[in-house]
Structures are given as structure tokens and as C-alpha cells.
Design a protein around this ligand. Structure first.
Ligand SMILES: Cc1cc2nc3c(=O)[nH]c(=O)nc-3n(C[C@H](O)[C@H](O)[C@H](O)COP(=O)(O)OP(=O)(O)OC[C@H]3O[C@@H](n4cnc5c(N)ncnc54)[C@H](O)[C@@H]3O)c2cc1C
Length: 504
């Protein structure tokens, strides 16, 4: 059983002793990402131990990512082809949102740049002016990644820059990283954590004890034990900010199916009467899931909705996962940093969780307290963590709030639910002026905000008058030139499937 014998205050102003021994609790995606990064990049100065339970499984459904994961992989010297082969990965150019604005409507939030911006105004102002004048086509006509996704095409290389991420098998990804981490010197211990000991004076964690009585002492503990937050919550009572008044979904059902065709280079998110469904294509199978709000859909209904919608034979039994959207009050408390689900979970709509693991690791490494933990270090980490989570929260809530759907009690609820004041401001600013300004910590670019706001049906009443600096003919020529460039690039691309076959 877990024990907890101390208060919930943060570290005092004093420095702790130097940090030499790092203990990572949990061997899911978060644990192995942290172990790989720390061992490869700071391993000479640290002794790193990872403890995972053989019997408690990983959540295992984080299979879609966003582009910065490529930078993380580069930092770790990960060979892309080896990683893709080991994890049955495919390329991801964005997410298609079907039935989100209204039934039978779809749009793609792509990772690419749409059009070309100028100093005063982004591309969408020029496009909005064109629409006012009666031309301009679709906003997505000006984005190579979006058009390639629609046509199931993909390639990249020196002469073909593409902004992309991956879909991968989460279990295989953990295995792949484990190999790298152990090779880089991480000590791997299998066992169930039964007890967490703390210093009676500082409340900092001193060691964890396993069921076989083995005790592992450390200076810094990284809690990667998933939703339960064995160290950060059960032992340190850090507290959790529950965001379910802003994010209605609290349950998911996941099931894998056999592929029925070539993998598409994007994630599909299809809204239903009480949430949404995902489809994530891998090389060898498809990951599917239904995210729903248990107040508006029973588990049986959810199961039937999912099984009715999927294609291909199921490869396992659908599995229910419950979650409480929100974040840990502190991402770093005393000498414990929480990563992954232990630090919070917004919800999987824009594939941000693995990204947050990565930013947490990078932030920890930049602030790494070799000489001892100071309160200023902890505060800095937590301030950045807060602003990052707040910006993602706004982006995700926007998908539920800005919609024309009124066809079920769930969507009625979304229409009337309160939203964070910062999001109200962003929506009003865009609606009234067409402007988007990013918050500190916002991982989504202006392109993402405009694609999703307009995709969800929010069209600005105005555009930036810098677009009037062009004559109508110049504007028409400018847009036609950009569209032609995109068409030419996409027509030269191979199919995603053919590229994968050749590349791997
Ligand atoms: C429905 C759903 C869909 C998602 N989809 C995406 C997505 O598409 N993209 C994305 O980026 N993220 C997604 N996520 C989030 C993603 O799955 C997680 O961020 C990621 O898998 C990290 O999980 P974790 O390592 O924090 O926890 P887990 O995978 O739960 O791992 C916890 C680890 O702790 C260990 N452990 C627990 N208790 C003990 C104990 N007592 N002793 C020893 N070890 C213990 C377990 O053995 C395990 O190794 C999704 C999440 C959900 C719920």
C-alpha cells in the first residue's frame, strides 16, 4: 500500500543536495521517453534507474503525434527508418475533422503553411478579401500538406520540404526507446512500487520500495506512473485541477482493426452525438477509438457506435479507459516531476499528450538541478507548464464550442457550456477582426488556429486592410500563382503507400 506522511507545501527556498540519482517510476511512453533523453543527453553526470511493473500495463493508446516529435528524435539521434520499422509507423500530415462543424461537413487541420503571409497580415486576410470579391476557392487549396493528405500522397526530402508527424504503435515505441535507454546506461528494474518514503523535514521523496522489499533511493524522482500519479499525487498530494466543466468527454473505448486498404497520411476524427471517434492508420493495422461523455452516452451505446463505424476485423476486445480532463496543480512538486498522464490529460483530440511529455523533458533538462533543487527552478518549470497547458486547453475547447451542431443533448451542452475567458477573447478577436495572436506557450501556430476556427464555421467579419493594398487583379494573380505551385507540388508526389514501401 502507498503511504504518505507529509504536507502538501512546495520546496522551501533552500537548495536540496546535488542531484546525481534520478529514479523514473513507470515504463510507459512517458517513462521511456524520459529515460532515453536523460541517459543520452545528460547520462555522463547522472545515474538513472527506471522501475516499471510487469503486471500493470501501459495505457498504450497514444499513437498520433505532432511535428515537433521529429526535433526530439533528432536530438536523441534516433534513426527515422529504424524507428518507423520498429513501430509500424506511418506519416501524418494533419487531422481530418468530419461532422464537427455540422453533419456531412469535413475539413483538415494540416501541419503545413497555408499560402504566404506578409509583415502585417497573415495569408487568411488575403484569402478573406478574395472571398468577399467572389473568388479564391477553398482555404486549403493553398497548402501542400493539406492537399497531399486529401489525395493520399506523401514524400519528403531536400527538394520536397513537408511538415509532418507520425502515427505509431505505442507499445512498440516504448520497446524501441527502452532498447536505446538501456544501451545508454539506464538501469531497468521490474517490480511493483508499494511504498514511497519521504524526508520528515522537507517532505521530499527519499526512496521507493518495491513489493520484493527492494528499496531504490534517489535525489530526483520522475513520476511516469500514468493517471494514478503514484508519487506526485498519492505520496505528495499535489492536487489536480479538474477541467471537466470545459472538456465534456471523460471516457474512451479503444480497439484495433486489420487494415482494409493503404494507410492514409492523416488521422481521422469523426464527431458523433456525444463526442468523437478516431482512426489512426499504421503500416500493419488501424487504431480506432471512441471518445465520449458518460453523461450523454452509456458504455454499451459507445461500444455499439464504435463497432458499427469501424472497418476491418477487430484484433482485440474494445477496452474502456476513464479519464478526468485536467492537470496536476504543480507539474514539479518538491523533488518530483510528473510527466505524461501523471501530470494531467487534456484529451486526445489534437494529439498533444506525447508532445507535452517531450516539452516537459526538454524543460527539465534545460533547468536540470545538478547542484540541488531551488524554488526558482521549480517555479520556472511550473510557470511554463501552466502556460503550455492553458494554451492547449483553449485550442481543444474551441473545437467543441465553435460548431453549428445542435442535434443532441451533448452538443446543446457544448453550446451553452462556459469556456475559459482567454478563449472567449480569442474567438471574439478572430470573429470581429480576423486577427490571431499567440499566447506564450502556445504550441499551435496561427495557421492551426485559422484552419480550425474557419473549419468549425467561424468566419471573421473583417480582414486586415493590408490585403487592400493589392489591386483585385494582383490579388487574383497572387492566389492563382500560389494555388498552381501547390497543385504542381502535389501532382508530382507518389502515394503515401508507395513512398512508405520505397522509403522503408
Ligand atoms: C484514449 C486516449 C487516447 C490517446 N491518444 C493519444 C494520441 O493519439 N496522441 C498522444 O500524443 N497521446 C495520446 N494519449 C495520451 C498518451 O497515451 C499518453 O500520454 C502516453 O501513453 C503516456 O502514458 P504514460 O507513460 O504517462 O502512462 P502509462 O502508459 O499508463 O504508463 C504507466 C507506467 O507506470 C507503471 N506503473 C503504474 N503503477 C506502478 C506501480 N505501482 N509500480 C511500478 N510501476 C507502475 C506501469 O507499469 C506503466 O509502465 C491518449 C490517451 C488516452 C487515454
Amino acid at each position: 500500500m502507498m503511504s504518505s506522511d507529509s504536507d502538501n507545501s512546495n520546496t522551501s527556498g533552500a537548495k536540496t543536495s546535488p542531484v546525481k540519482r534520478v529514479v523514473i517510476a513507470g515504463g510507459g511512453t512517458a517513462g521511456w521517453m524520459a529515460a532515453t533523453a536523460l541517459s543520452k543527453l545528460l547520462g555522463k553526470s547522472l545515474s538513472i534507474t527506471l522501475v516499471e511493473s510487469k503486471d500493470i500495463g501501459i495505457v498504450g493508446v497514444g499513437e498520433a503525434t505532432i511535428p515537433p516529435i521529429r526535433t526530439f528524435h533528432k536530438l536523441l539521434g534516433i534513426d527515422e527508418k529504424a524507428f518507423m520499422r520498429a513501430t509500424n509507423a506511418t506519416f501524418k500530415l494533419g487531422i481530418e475533422f468530419e461532422n464537427w462543424r455540422e453533419q456531412n461537413h469535413s475539413y483538415i487541420h494540416s501541419f503545413g503553411v497555408t499560402g504566404r503571409e506578409c509583415w502585417a497580415g497573415e495569408f487568411h486576410h488575403f484569402w478573406l478579401r478574395a472571398k468577399n470579391l467572389g473568388f479564391g476557392g477553398d482555404f486549403g487549396d493553398y497548402c501542400t500538406e493539406l492537399k497531399a493528405a486529401k489525395e493520399g500522397k506523401f514524400a519528403y526530402g531536400e527538394r520536397m520540404p513537408m511538415n509532418f508527424a507520425y502515427h505509431f504503435d505505442a507499445v512498440a515505441y516504448g520497446r524501441f526507446l527502452k532498447g536505446l535507454a538501456v544501451e545508454a546506461g539506464v538501469t531497468h528494474i521490474e517490480g511493483d512500487i508499494q511504498h514511497v518514503s519521504k524526508c520528515s523535514q522537507t517532505g521530499c521523496i527519499t526512496s521507493i520500495k518495491l513489493s520484493d522489499d527492494k528499496e531504490i533511493a534517489g535525489d530526483l524522482f520522475i513520476d511516469c506512473t500514468g493517471f494514478k500519479g503514484l508519487l506526485i499525487e498519492k505520496a505528495l498530494h499535489t492536487g489536480y485541477e479538474n477541467w471537466s466543466h470545459w472538456l465534456p468527454c471523460d471516457s474512451a473505448l479503444a480497439v484495433q482493426t486489420a487494415s482494409t486498404g493503404a494507410p492514409i497520411p492523416y488521422t481521422k476524427s469523426v464527431a458523433h452525438t456525444a463526442g468523437w471517434r478516431w482512426k489512426i492508420p499504421l503500416q500493419n493495422r488501424v487504431g480506432n477509438g471512441l471518445v465520449y461523455c458518460s453523461n450523454y452516452m452509456s458504455d454499451d451505446e459507445a461500444k455499439n457506435t464504435l463497432l458499427d463505424a469501424i472497418e476491418g476485423d477487430t484484433l482485440n476486445e474494445p477496452r474502456i479507459i476513464r479519464f478526468t480532463p485536467g492537470k496536476r496543480r504543480l507539474g514539479w512538486n518538491k523533488n518530483c516531476v510528473a510527466l505524461g498522464l501523471a501530470s494531467g490529460f487534456i484529451e486526445p483530440l489534437e494529439s498533444t499528450s506525447i508532445h507535452l511529455i517531450m516539452t516537459g523533458i526538454v524543460r527539465l533538462m534545460r533547468l536540470f538541478p545538478f547542484d540541488g533543487i531551488t524554488q526558482s527552478t521549480v517555479d520556472e518549470y511550473n510557470n511554463k507548464y501552466d502556460s503550455e497547458m492553458a494554451a492547449i486547453l483553449d485550442f481543444i475547447v474551441m473545437h467543441y464550442k465553435v460548431t453549428n451542431r445542435e442535434d443532441s443533448p451533448f452538443w446543446d451542452h457544448c453550446k451553452s457550456m462556459e469556456i475559459p475567458p482567454s478563449l472567449t477573447h480569442k474567438i471574439n478577436l478572430f470573429k470581429q477582426t480576423g486577427r490571431v495572436f499567440l499566447d506564450d506557450g502556445d504550441i499551435f501556430r496561427v495557421d492551426s488556429w485559422t484552419q480550425v476556427m474557419m473549419g468549425q464555421g467561424l468566419l471573421p467579419q473583417q480582414y486586415h486592410r493590408v490585403a487592400d493594398e493589392m489591386s483585385e487583379t494582383e490579388l487574383e494573380r497572387f492566389l492563382a500563382g500560389l494555388k498552381q505551385q501547390v497543385d504542381n507540388q502535389v501532382s508530382a508526389l507518389p502515394s503515401h503507400h508507395d513512398f512508405l514501401e520505397k522509403y522503408l
